[in-house]
Write a new protein. Structure first.
Length: 415
């Protein structure tokens, strides 16, 4: 499901302009999530925000929209993401002043499971919205609130009292914060991203949920090749010699999987492999599968010696050389955006690549989150194909006639 943040791009009490938003007729108190965010993160430190705070702990109401500028969407379609909704208007000075911050926020988090939508006041100011979008370079969808009984329908549903106003809703679609200060939105989003609270159990959402930048080598500046593979089906493994016992397909399908890319000549790479080995000792009994893939430019003997010295019992396979040896560490590495080792990849039970370039110290957190997701157990032909090519590959004959055959190209995963 989605984490939704309804954004307030710099707050102002609408009644100060003589235009207070109408209160919601729903006075039912929600299940407040005590301590989700500190009181000083709220406008007025939370004082006088009872009608807003009553929404906390309740499912977020679907948006009622009259017109869209940009791509139309719904909360249902955005499940599994953190979504920032900014209740704003062109007549609102603080709203206009905060738009550049919105733009920068979207640019920073758009590829990390975060989206932002601006919900414009239904009563006035929409006639200049095109000009504002152009002049401010707005890079997120903007929507006109629908009018019902002479007031904004979405505005009423969210008991809006200030323009602009922020709400925060988790991945299960539950309101987590209502009336958050604009300068605390990013911090609140990061707090929700950094926790398992509100993590969805749905398959669709699980493929979209992102992990914090700081959990990855290079943070937000990590290579695009690693960022671009996240959320996509795992490509077919192109492996050659096994060191020790080969993994069987039955021990791979529909499991949470960790693939550690390693280069035995590098101390940092071996140290990281040892850390992953330690994690495997805790999670293998929970059904997590671990696999090490050795740089194709290394030798089997060198990798075997390191494994024996460090007492690595994770199954290890040599990567197949890529068609152009200068392009990276091997065919499997290249298909996953890996240009260097060490590198840690995590795959969920659906076969979706969920993390690339993960720091080993955060591997426990990622695995715990993925293990908590409920995935329907189904037979998957694509999963079988992904692993069967590697797991049953015989060792090359002495004349290398078999290993010389080109690796079949992966079939696209059916939609």
């Amino acid at each position: 499901m989605c984490m939704l943040v309804l954004g307030l791009t710099g707050w102002i009490a609408k009644h100060s302009l003589g235009q207070q938003a109408e209160p919601s007729s729903d006075s039912t108190v929600g299940t407040t999530l005590d301590g989700a965010f500190p009181n000083d993160w709220y406008v007025r430190d939370g004082e006088g925000l009872e009608s807003l705070r009553n929404l906390e702990g309740k499912p977020a109401t679907e948006l009622a929209i009259a017109q869209w500028k940009g791509e139309a969407t719904t909360l249902a379609q955005l499940k599994g993401k953190i979504v920032v909704l900014d209740f704003w208007a062109t007549w609102c000075g603080p709203c206009m002043a905060a738009i550049p911050k919105n733009v920068a926020f979207v640019e920073k988090y758009k590829d990390k499971g975060v989206a932002l939508i601006g919900i414009h006041d239904a009563k006035g100011g929409w006639d200049t919205v095109d000009q504002v979008i152009s002049e401010k370079g707005i890079n997120y969808p903007v929507a006109l609130d629908a009018t019902k009984e002479d007031q904004g329908e979405t505005t009423k549903a969210y008991a809006l009292k200030f323009w602009p106003t922020y709400f925060i809703i988790d991945r299960d679609g539950i309101v987590r914060g209502a009336g958050i200060k604009p300068n605390k939105i990013e911090e609140a989003v990061l707090k929700l991203m950094d926790s398992n609270t509100g993590a969805t159990n749905s398959v669709a959402a699980s493929t979209s949920a992102a992990f914090p930048d700081r959990w990855f080598l290079g943070g937000e500046k990590r290579p695009k090749s690693l960022q671009n593979v996240v959320g996509k089906p795992t490509p077919k493994l192109s492996l050659a010699d096994w060191i020790g016992n080969a993994l069987e397909k039955d021990n791979w399908d529909q499991r949470v999987r960790v693939v550690q890319f390693v280069r035995p000549e590098l101390t940092a790479s071996i140290d990281q492999l040892a850390k992953v080995q330690a994690v495997s000792e805790r999670f293998t009994k929970q059904g997590v599968v671990f696999l090490a893939v050795c740089d194709s430019r290394a030798t089997v003997d060198r990798m075997k010696a390191v494994a024996e010295e460090k007492r690595i019992d994770i199954p290890i396979a040599m990567d197949q050389p890529s068609e152009n040896a200068a392009q990276g560490i091997g065919a499997t590495g290249n298909s996953m955006g890996i240009k260097f080792a060490p590198n840690t990849i995590v795959i969920d039970r659906t076969g979706t690549l969920r993390a690339a370039g993960l720091k080993p110290e955060f591997l426990d957190k990622v695995l715990n989150q993925l293990l908590a997701e409920v995935i329907p157990i189904q037979e998957s032909a694509t999963e079988a194909e992904i692993f069967e090519e590697a797991a049953t590959r015989p060792k090359p004959a002495s004349d290398n006639s078999e290993s010389a055959k080109p690796e079949p190209k992966p079939e696209p995963k059916p939609s």
